[in-house]
Design a protein. Structure first.
Length: 563
């Protein structure tokens, strides 16, 4: 494929280091290890999300070093810098979780800030925990310089009583303990064994979902999504990524050449086939916004009608990402989807080749595996990511319906104005069969920060109520959530969405066949209640959460602050 982009490999760094007047800049760079020869090379910023905050990122400093080897070995000059990460798994269910989605914006802003200031010609961005990936990709889109994203890799499973464990196992064990299904000793044992080392959470949760989506988008090297965090394959992935950026510079290929509408459709298709996280909807909308691609909630519905769910992966299935790696990762699945006409094969990728060219020699999954079903024998014939509308969600909501929960639920509202209140009610046994748990004022502006409801949904599962109750919220869900759940309800309660006027005892229907979320009240009653409603005082008036609440858009638009 020919390409006619800007091929000056030093378009940005030359402005910083070339010429007599830039001697002070060079003087400072000598101190961080630049030689005279290095000033003649393209500078590649390596955005590392290393931190000891979380096991998802504790190894990424070594991966950044490997990426630098790849850059420096390809006649570039690597410069490693850091950005933040937070841990959803650690902060889940606490006030601190309000910073989680905010961190996506901070990551994007900080990478843009460093690369823009320092004049790097290209980027390798390495992400581990959930928000790292879309944060890195949003910055890459804004900067539009030759770039490759590298996934830090998945964790290996823990094990207890011959059963594989991950972090969601612990959340669900809390519910089981509250229901006296296990004792304190059993909970402590599961806690101690669930997270055996470095890497992102092990199921098809948000980190593995977004890594798969970015690979399908064409912005990672093939197989980057399906390599263990601590492995030779992952180290080599980083080296190759460093070298690949130099090739992209030579060819003048920029993210805007790769991140097209068709490429985003490919990403959505792969997320659906894998049974990926609802957060993919939010993050792909945000990434598309940064890339100036017109992507909407309705695109997920349109594509979802034709793409089956075929992967039997956690949380709703039984396998972990480490096991998918053993049978070949997502490349064989993508080959099948391409052969069936469900992927756009002509999309350009960071290899410099098209998606179809990358997949040409991929071998099929081994015979006898039951992890990835055939397209004509799916777990669900269409998407599990169901966009609902109705009088409770005039701008849309996102449900995760694998079919295992059923396709419709009607129940009685039990209303909570914060996640903690709902969790306590579940653990206390106040939630019973037929309830629809309503958690509101947890949206992007109302929370602020749109917390994930993994603690309540896991407690429901641990209590054995997974098929008996539903949960709806203007907050989000963890990729580890399963059960009958609806999130991202827009307009959110804080801005006067109908969720704000739901009362205990109201009847609510979730209908995943007709894509409806309905509060069984007539329009006059809803209008009368809204006329009496008053917006609560903001929970934060200073600091990053207050700033975020003022800037953030609706979840239906990706909850972006760069509007």
């Amino acid at each position: 494929m020919s390409h006619t982009g800007d091929k000056d490999p030093r378009a940005y760094s030359s402005l910083v280091v070339d010429g007599m007047e830039r001697a002070p800049s060079r003087a400072m760079l000598h101190a961080v290890g630049f030689s005279n020869e290095d000033f003649k090379k393209p500078q590649i910023g390596i955005a590392s999300t290393w931190s000891m905050v979380t096991p998802c990122n504790m190894h990424i400093n070594k991966l950044a070093d490997a990426a630098a080897v790849g850059v420096n070995g390809s006649n570039g000059k690597a410069v490693i810098f850091n950005t933040i990460t937070i841990s959803d798994g650690i902060s889940m269910g606490t006030e601190g979780m309000k910073y989680s989605l905010v961190s996506r914006e901070v990551i994007a802003d900080s990478i843009e800030t460093v690369v823009g200031c320092q004049g790097f010609d290209g980027i390798v961005a390495i992400g581990g925990c959930d928000k790292n990936m879309p944060g890195c990709m949003m910055a890459i889109s804004r900067l539009n310089r030759p770039s490759v994203f590298v996934y830090g890799g998945t964790i290996m499973p823990g094990c207890h009583k011959d059963k594989k464990l991950d972090v969601v196992s612990v959340f669900e064990a809390v519910g089981a303990r509250a229901n006296n299904k296990i004792d304190d000793a059993e909970l402590a044992t599961i806690e101690a064994k669930a997270i055996p080392g470095a890497g992102s959470c092990g199921g098809m949760y948000t980190a593995n979902t977004m890594a798969s989506a970015i690979e399908a988008l064409g912005m990672s090297l093939p197989n980057s999504s399906a390599q263990a965090a601590i492995s030779e394959d992952k180290r080599l992935d980083c080296e190759r990524a460093g070298a690949a950026v130099l090739e992209l510079l030579k060819k003048g290929i920029k993210p805007s050449d790769i991140m097209t509408k068709a490429a985003f459709e490919n990403a959505i298709t792969v997320v659906i086939a894998l049974g990926g996280s609802t957060n993919a909807v939010l993050h792909l909308l945000a990434m598309a916004n940064a890339a100036h691609v017109d992507l909407t909630l309705d695109d997920f519905t349109r594509i979802g009608k034709h793409v089956p769910l075929v992967a039997d992966l956690k949380p709703s299935g039984k396998y972990q990402m480490a096991e998918l790696i053993e049978i070949g990762g997502i490349q064989p699945l993508m080959k099948v989807l391409l052969d069936k006409g469900l992927l756009h094969g002509n999309c350009l990728t960071v290899t410099g080749k098209t998606l179809a060219e990358n997949l040409a020699d991929v071998n099929p999954y081994p015979d006898g595996q039951d992890m990835i079903r055939s397209l004509d024998n799916p777990i669900k014939k269409d998407s599990h990511l169901v966009v609902l509308y109705g009088n409770l969600a005039s701008e849309g909501a996102v449900a995760k319906i694998t079919g295992k929960e059923g396709l419709a639920f009607t129940g009685t509202a039990k209303v909570f104005d914060a996640e903690e209140q709902a969790l306590q009610s579940i653990l206390n046994g106040d939630i019973v069969k037929g309830d629809v748990i309503v958690i509101r004022y947890e949206g992007p502006r109302g929370g602020p920060g749109m917390r994930e409801m993994l603690s309540p949904t896991s407690a429901i599962m641990g209590k054995g109520l997974g098929k008996d109750v539903a949960l709806i919220t203007d907050g989000r869900f963890s990729g580890g959530t399963h059960g009958f759940v609806v999130g991202h309800i827009t307009p959110e309660a804080y801005v006067g969405g109908a969720l704000a006027i739901v009362e205990n005892g109201d009847t609510i229907t979730i209908d995943a066949e007709h894509n409806q979320l309905t509060l069984h009240l007539d329009d006059q009653e809803i209008a009368a209640r809204l006329a009496q409603w008053q917006q609560p005082a903001p929970r934060y008036v200073r600091g990053v959460l207050a700033k975020y609440a003022k800037l953030v858009s609706s979840a239906s638009l990706g909850a972006v602050t760069d509007n």
